[in-house]
Design a protein around this ligand. Structure first.
Ligand code: HEC
Length: 124
């Protein structure tokens, strides 16, 4: 079954290539995780690649996975309070939260758009 084409479908292979190309030695050998189906619930604020799209929203790209998992559970339980986050997280299962944590933790810290230029040696 094929869903209609979306820009997201083009991002996934590019993402796998990027992660393979710029591995810094600390990447898990399993490569990029599968894009969570629920990512759209987060992307409007945190971006698909974890770079927030508007002021006031934290970047999640490259954040520690265990921290993300724990934090999402805290929103869900109410231990950490922020009504918009609690509302969106409350609709998701723990398995779905873990997928999202894994996704965002696997993103390059500067986001997918900033990653391609590999000229880190040149002096500015
Ligand atoms: C309406 C915008 C919005 C949406 C949608 C949203 N978030 Fe957030 N998120 C925020 C804001 C704002 C914060 C900071 C809240 C706070 O101060 O606790 C936050 C905080 C977080 C944090 C904690 C970051 C940190 O550094 O401690 C995580 C993790 C997170 N969001 C993940 C998600 C995930 C996963 C989704 C989708 C299921 C999502 N968010 C959906 C706005 C949003």
């Amino acid at each position: 079954m094929h869903s209609s084409r979306s820009p997201f479908l083009r991002v996934v292979p590019a993402l796998a290539l990027l992660l393979a190309a710029c591995g810094s030695g600390a990447q898990p050998d399993s490569g990029a995780p599968e894009r969570p189906r629920t990512l759209g619930m987060c992307a409007s604020c945190h971006g698909i690649d974890g770079i927030a799209l508007s002021p006031g929203n934290p970047h999640l790209a490259g954040q520690d996975e265990a921290y993300l998992r724990l934090t999402l559970r805290k929103y869900k339980s109410g231990e950490r309070r922020h009504p918009p986050m609690q509302a969106v997280v409350g609709a998701l299962s723990e398995a779905e939260l873990d997928e999202l944590a894994r996704w965002y933790a696997s993103m390059p810290r500067n986001g997918l758009r900033a990653a391609p230029e590999p000229s880190t040696d040149a002096e500015g």
